[in-house]
Design a protein around this ligand. Sequence first.
Ligand code: ATP
Ligand code: MG
Length: 333
Amino acid sequence: MIKSQSRPLLFLYIIFAYVIAFSLWWAYLLYCKNELSFKEMIELKSLSYQTNSANKNKSYFLSDDYLSIQNKYERQKKMIMSEGVFFIGILMVGFIFVRRSFKKELTLANRQKNFLLSITHELKSPLASIKLVMQTLLKRNLPEESKTKFVNNSLFDIERLESLVDNILIATKFENDNYGFIKEEVDISYMLHLLKNKYEMNNKKNIHFNFQIENDIYINADKTGLTSVFVNLIDNAIKYSEENTSINITLRKEDDKCKFIIEDEGAGIPNDEKEKIFDKFYRIGNEETRKAKGTGLGLYIVNNIIKYHEGTIELKNNTPQGTIFTIILNTIN
Ligand code: ATP
Ligand code: MG
C-alpha cells in the first residue's frame, strides 16, 4: 500500500512523466513534419526544374536551389533537436527543485504532526499527576512528610510544564524577525549556580553532577534566552542518560570568551544525525521506538539563541560513550 505521505510525490512523478512523454511526442511529430515537408518540396521543385528546358540533362540535386532547401532542412532538424534537449533539461532541473522542496515540506509536515502528538502527551501527563496529587491532598489527611513529597513532585511537574511553554514561546519568536530579546549584563556564573541547586535537588535519576563554575563571568545576553539554552542542554543530558551516570558541567573564562561545556555518558548522537538535531521538531528515531518524550524544539532553540548572541556551539562524542556540547560566548569583563 502507498503511504499517504508519498502520495503527493507519486502525483508529481506522474505529472512529470506525462510532460516529458508529451514533449517527446511533439518533438517527434515536428521532426517527421519537417522531414515530410522537405521531401514534398524537393519533389515539387525537381518536377518544375525538369520541365524547364534550360535545365535539360542537369540534375536538380546538384542545383543551388536544392542545396539551399537542404541547408534549411538540416538547420530546422538541428533546431528541433537542440530545443528539445534544452526544454527537457530545464524541465529536469525544475523537477529536481520542486521535488526537493516538496520533500522538505513533507518532512516538516510529518515532524509537525509528531510534535502535536508529543505535545499533547507532554501537557497531559504532568497535568494528570498534579490533579491526582491535589485530589489526594483534599481527600486524605496525610502525614506532613508525605504532603511535602507530593507537593515537591507537583512543583517538579509544574516546572516541566513551564519549560515546555517557554520553549514553545521562544520557538514562535524565531518566526518573527524581531525576536523580542533584550540584552543586558548577566552574571552567567550566578545563573549556573542557581540551576546547579535546582538540578541537584530534583535528581530523580541519581545522576552524579559535577559542576565546575568559575565565578564572576559576565556576558551581554538575554536572561530568559540564555537560561533556556542551559536548561535545554542539561535536560537533554539527563533525559538521554541512564540512571547513576555522571554529567560534568564546566563554565570557565578563556581570554575575552567564556566556555560552557556539558559532558554526559548517555546514548550519544550518531555522526549522520549531528547536524539534523538542530532542525525544528527533529528527534532521532521514530515515535514507536523512542523511549524519551520530547517535542524536538530544544536544540533548535539553543542553536538560534546562540546564533543571536554571536556565539558558537560544537558537538563531539564523549569517551567511552555520550555527548559533549561546547558553547563559546563573548564576555564583557
Ligand atoms: P524537547 O523539545 O522536549 O527538548 P527533544 O529533547 O527530543 O525534545 P531536542 O532537545 O531538540 O529535542 O533534541 C533533538 C534530538 O537530539 C533528541 O530527540 C535526541 O534524540 C537527540 N539528543 C539531544 N541531546 C542529546 C544527548 N545529550 N544525548 C543523546 N541524544 C541527544
Ligand atoms: Mg531536549
